[in-house]
Design a protein around this ligand. Structure first.
Ligand SMILES: [Mg+2]
Length: 510
């Protein structure tokens, strides 16, 4: 190589530029950097940074150039990675929230300039938490990747699909024809998500809820569009999931209402606004009172009497249910203790929310309620819903077994209305089935419902479980249930939910 210039050996385009740089330093006498990115023999891109420093003789003339090269490949790769971490979600490879926000702002500017419309679509997986909890985070991540891939296949190339966090995805659809055209996209996505996901070798139904907001109809700024799409998504989820909703002003009103209830509810325990009502449970043969179900009422200073269906969902969403549930347990235990101490056996049923199981402190809180009130576990029945059993089967089973070992009995509430998986009836420690009121209500008019009730009763008997019929309102219904082998009833025929002092436990009159 001695005596040859780079262009003479080995020659090439890069050498030409390199030689020009060298000549530049010889001519100017100013040091400079020369960077190059070339494939090495293995085909890998190698980044180099070459520092070119002039060398002078005594008179100050530049006679040669010292070139010192450094391999900066790793540095460049890291820089690229940082860029991608800043703008892309590393689980799915989709745009992240920062990039989505940036593109949304840009698209709004374009839409304003060209007087076009754009859509923001938020999507949330319906059963992500259940998958993550039962199958683990790795499977959860695989689900997110597959969800992202399905979502990307449903939209145009120039739409942006992003993962905003958790199991929440967003799609930005610039230049849409009209708001209605978005329902076509939403439908397509729902069809894609209705297909089961193959996770860890098994098929899992996941489903999605979608909320849609449109520029400029719903909002003219990015924050507004995201907020409104989120409210619409919440509405879709609460309508049962696997569906979509457009934002309407009504959702904002509902959101304000929810917020007002939440704000008041935060103080309900300390302000002593909560009260337990008790609905009698009787043996239908003789009307003898054998127990009661504790039902929550909220006498709010702001709203008056509030029924559970208006605030329990909010309490669950916000986590307030954990404290409220602890209060309910304490009150129910105190009532059970007072009644049983008077010498009449009386079991109080307490409804537990799935959220109380998720909290992890349930056993501890129940033990606290017992020791604070002197109540015995056999005076308490814990009511759970079928949906709980499907969500986190293994963890729930552990908790239920521990509670059963403490001496509590366990009832399945509203039996028959959930996704009935019969296997759990034999696998889990369950003592009582409560036949849902909807079956009792219809069993005298519809042969199919009557047959269903008979089947539930036969099944409970063969599994040695006790039965309680909910919503018994007429003598005719009571007769039918008794004839078929269900002895215990609860309903208006025997008494509405009533304040503690009105329940006549001492005399046995319902
Ligand atoms: Mg109940």
């Amino acid at each position: 190589m001695l005596g040859t210039t780079p262009t003479e050996f080995p020659g090439g385009e890069w050498e030409q530029r390199y030689e020009e740089a060298l000549r530049g330093v010889l001519a100017s006498g100013a040091a400079t950097d020369f960077s190059s990115s070339r494939h090495d023999t293995g085909g890998r891109i190698v980044h180099r940074l070459i520092r070119l420093t002039p060398e002078r003789d005594r008179s100050g003339m530049v006679t040669s150039v010292l070139a010192v090269g450094r391999d900066i490949t790793e540095l460049m790769e890291q820089r690229e990675k940082i860029h991608s971490l800043a703008f892309f979600d590393f689980v799915t490879g989709l745009a992240n929230r920062a990039l989505f926000n940036d593109r949304l702002a840009q698209s709004i500017t374009d839409a304003r300039w060209h007087a076009t419309q754009l859509g923001v679509l938020l999507l949330d997986l319906d059963r992500f938490k259940a998958v993550n909890d039962t199958l683990g985070h790795n499977v959860g991540d695989a689900l997110l990747r597959e969800a992202g891939a399905r979502l990307s296949r449903c939209v145009r190339d120039y739409d942006t699909v992003a993962r905003l966090g958790g199991d929440e995805f967003a799609v930005l659809l610039p230049e849409i024809r009209d708001a209605q055209s978005l329902s076509g996209v939403a439908d397509k996505i729902l069809v894609a998500f209705a297909e089961p996901f193959l996770l860890d070798g098994r098929e899992v139904a996941v489903g999605a809820s979608i909320g849609i907001a449109v520029y400029p109809n719903d909002s003219e700024d990015a924050d507004g569009l995201l907020k409104f799409a989120d409210l619409a998504m919440y509405a879709a989820k609460h309508a049962g999931g696997q569906g979509f909703r457009y934002y309407t002003a009504e959702f904002t009103i509902q959101a304000h209402e929810r917020l007002r209830i939440e704000t008041e509810l935060r103080h309900a325990v300390e302000r002593r606004e909560l009260e337990l009502y008790f609905q009698p449970k009787v043996t239908m043969t003789d009307g003898r009172l054998i127990g009661s179900e504790a039902l929550l009422r909220w006498k709010s200073s702001a709203f008056g009497m509030v029924m559970p269906d208006r605030f329990i969902g909010i309490a669950e969403d916000t986590g307030l249910i954990v404290d409220i549930g602890a209060w309910v347990l304490r009150e129910a235990c105190a009532a059970a203790r007072a009644w049983n101490a008077a010498g009449v056996p009386h079991k109080v049923a307490v409804n537990l929310s799935p959220r109380q199981f998720a909290d992890g402190s349930l056993e501890e809180r129940i033990a606290e309620a017992l020791s604070a009130t002197g109540c015995r576990p056999e005076w308490i029945e814990l009511e759970i819903t079928e949906s709980l059993l499907l969500e986190n089967a293994e963890r729930v089973r552990g908790t239920l077994e521990a509670l059963r070992a403490m001496g509590f009995s366990i009832a399945i509430d509203d039996f028959g209305t959930g996704y009935s998986a019969l296997s759990y009836l034999t696998n889990l420690p369950i003592d009582v089935l409560k036949i849902d009121r909807s079956f009792v209500k219809d069993m005298m008019s519809y042969a199919s419902k009557a047959e269903l009730v008979r089947t539930i009763i036969a099944m409970a008997n063969s599994l040695s479980m006790h039965l309680v019929a909910e919503g018994v309102e007429t003598e005719e219904q009571a007769r039918f249930l008794l004839d078929n082998g269900c002895v215990v009833g609860q309903g208006y025929l025997y008494g509405k939910p009533m304040p503690k002092h009105e329940l006549r436990v001492d005399t046995g009159d319902a």
